[in-house]
Design a protein. Structure first.
Length: 344
């Protein structure tokens, strides 16, 4: 697990459901998540560490590190994790990453009777982050972040609120945590990345499973279309106002690159109308993408080129303006290793 030495990019805190091996997770003792492009690490104060590592061939693999004193601490495979982290709705029927939004009570219990949403960049903001702390500021953009109910029986609806929490100071004691932030910009990035990771993992699984089948080409083409539509934010829920983080995450993330000779990058955040300045997933640089079977990767590239070049003029791609497509193509030409020659 050398990959766990990779510096984390963000911390987010949530009232996520506790494992039987962990302490009670509540607003006063929330679980924290750390993530970069390849790893998500979860830790509740006083409990064990959970890690989800993305293997380019095998997909998402789960590990646990017990926090009891040991002369030889080691990560072990979390064999029970797929019981929650595998579903047709949330993880595309394979072991994968999972984000949910549920209304929460002030003691941290989730209100399942009021519904639960699987979160990615397609979910409207008014339904995101129920049961999550969110720091930053939003103008004209309401969500369920920081919303806690007082009555478990008499409430039939939950009203979204704008975000106006600079830090987590005053919500609980954050001194034992590595950061007093649960940055809204980081949460938006994570929302996108979780489903993108699952899509790439499923593309790898299904391509390998289809090898030798008569309908393999059609299956791979169908998967490629789904991957590219999500990669290009075709169905992204639009922002209705400005969103601002409070931890500096947006600047740090945007600066990671790679950037072209004009300083443009697929990691540049926009946060006024949409997540990214150039709406194409930065996960195209990830090990999960580069590790796809060659036939799947080529199918995704062909589909990506068909949309970005304007060959496909379907109405669903109208949100990709000519300037968007041109900018993405120019950035990829300069920054993406292994890009097919026809892109040039």
């Amino acid at each position: 697990m050398d990959a766990l030495a990779i510096p984390v990019e963000s911390q987010v805190a949530t009232f996520a459901k506790a494992s039987v091996q962990a302490p009670i997770i509540s607003p006063a003792n929330p679980r924290t998540l750390f993530f970069n492009d390849n790893i998500v690490v979860g830790w509740p104060r006083g409990g064990f560490i959970e890690a989800a590592s993305v293997d380019p061939q095998l997909g998402v693999i789960f590990y646990i590190l017990d926090q009891r004193n040991s002369s030889t601490p080691r990560f072990v495979r979390g064999t029970g994790c797929p019981s929650c982290h595998q579903s047709s709705e949330a993880t595309l029927s394979i072991p994968g990453l999972l984000l949910r939004s549920q209304a929460a009570l002030a003691d941290g219990r989730t209100m399942r009777r009021l519904g639960s949403e699987v979160v990615d960049h397609r979910l409207p903001f008014s339904k995101r982050w129920g049961g999550w702390y969110v720091t930053g500021r939003s103008v004209g953009v309401a969500s369920l972040g920081n919303v806690m109910l007082s009555d478990p029986f008499g409430v039939d609806d939950v009203s979204p609120q704008t975000i106006s929490l600079a830090t987590l100071e005053g919500t609980f004691d954050p001194q034992a945590y590595l950061s007093p932030y649960s940055d809204v910009a980081a949460l938006m990035v994570l929302d996108h990345q979780v489903h993108m990771t699952n899509l790439l993992a499923r593309a790898s699984w299904e391509t390998r499973a289809a090898e030798g089948h008569a309908d393999a080409a059609a299956l791979i083409e169908s998967v490629a279309r789904e991957v590219v539509d999500y990669m290009l934010f075709v169905d992204e829920a639009p922002l209705t106002g400005r969103v601002e983080g409070s931890s500096g995450f947006a600047d740090r993330f945007s600066a990671q690159g790679p950037a072209d000779t004009r300083g443009r990058s697929l990691r540049q955040l926009e946060l006024t109308q949409r997540l990214l300045r150039y709406p194409c997933s930065y996960m195209i640089y990830s090990d999960a993408f580069d590790g796809l079977p060659a036939v799947a990767r080529e199918a995704i590239y062909r589909r990506l080129y068909a949309v970005l070049s304007g060959q496909d003029q379907a109405p669903r791609y109208a949100r990709q303006t000519p300037a968007d497509r041109r900018g993405i193509m120019e950035i990829l030409r300069e920054t993406k290793t292994g890009l097919p020659e026809y892109f040039r």
